[in-house]
Design a protein. Structure first.
Lengths: 192, 192
DNA sequence: CCTGTGCATTGAACTAGTTCAAGAACGTAT
DNA sequence: ATACGTTCTTGAACTAGTTCAATGCACAGG
């Protein structure tokens, strides 16, 4: 049950059996059906969730009513609204399951408890956030500097599994282009 | 000398006089003239720098030779290439002073030493990276979802001081639009 | 078997933003 | 004062990407 998540945390710092046992008592396993919301705009995000199985999207609705997908999360990813979670302020994001999911939830209180009892987790979370920041910066650079076809090719190269599990509408919304234009890009690419 | 940076770190966690003294022995004060590089593409970034005085830009050159500014750093900001710094891999970024600067440098080795001697700094750095991540996510959302005039108005609202210290060419390159188009936006706005 | 619903495609008209080239405005060194 | 580099502005032609509406297509439900 805990193999995957243990392997994940051990990649960043080496934890003892005992430390992992404490960790296990503080995370909650839950299954969530497809098309349910873990978080909606206005709520305060009280969890960080690890995806053991399934697929999730984290998105935002802009002033014109457009969905912008910030992140897909599949197996071995974490999902949360970090701004809302840490500053306990209402979220601007939606987190929705795209498939039936098996998840581990870590609440704010349990995270603090974990950090108190196993301070080594400070380092784990710092490294995790650093990695996330550096990939977000990369995405920002690509979003600004690359053309739509380049962004699409990068996406399917970087996330081959995700690109086969989500609709093209979702991919377009992640890339920040219209679904129609993505379709035109795809037909053009397939003709080459 | 250390008042500003001490106030900065104390905002995240409360440090004792003694802990701050250790911190002070591990950071290096340096002045750097205008238009010098703290980092260039291909180098490994071995520092995180706190800006006591001055203005810095952190940018990237894309395949078509365009500069994309990732960050401006003025007084009380930190600047680094976090991907290069933490994974010790060659940087894709340039970090250049736009004014004469007074900086504190924290090297990789000194940071590790600091974390070993004052573990409370783990928490400080985690919170700092979290904040940075959440602002980068915000910027990503804006970059994808907003029109160029909106982005510009947001920028001058969010960074009124910066927008008066850097050229419009730099602002355009931060916003991901051409300098000419920014100029057209500005004349249009001023006519209203 | 038909029917509805959600997803992908296509085309035509449109628009936001780019590119290029020329000129204006400004500070500063000579 | 003049000349020079640097920044900013303006216009005209262009292009990448959008919008809207129509069409096809697959597959789940009755």
């Amino acid at each position: 049950m805990f193999e995957n998540i243990d392997a994940f945390v051990n990649r960043c710092a080496n934890f003892t059996k005992n430390e992992l046992d404490i960790f296990h008592t503080l995370i909650d396993f839950k299954t969530v059906n497809k098309k349910e919301y873990l978080l909606q705009e206005g709520e305060i995000c009280n969890f960080e969730a690890y995806v053991l199985k399934g697929c999730i999207r984290n998105y935002f609705i802009d002033e014109n009513g457009f969905e912008v997908i910030l992140q897909f999360a599949i197996e071995d990813w974490w999902v949360s609204d970090i701004a809302s979670f840490h500053e306990k302020k209402p979220s601007k994001l939606y987190i929705e399951t795209l498939e039936d999911c098996e998840l581990f939830f870590l609440t704010y209180e349990n995270k603090e408890e974990l950090l108190k009892r196993v301070p080594k987790f400070e380092r784990f979370f710092r490294l995790m956030v650093q990695k996330k920041l550096s990939s977000t910066q990369n995405r920002l650079i690509n979003t600004i500097a690359k053309s739509a076809p380049e962004k699409y090719l990068d996406f399917i190269k970087l996330y081959p599994t995700i690109s086969q599990r989500v609709t093209q509408h979702h991919i377009a919304s992640y890339l920040g282009i219209s679904a129609e234009f993505l379709s035109k890009i795809r037909t053009k690419l397939s003709k080459q």
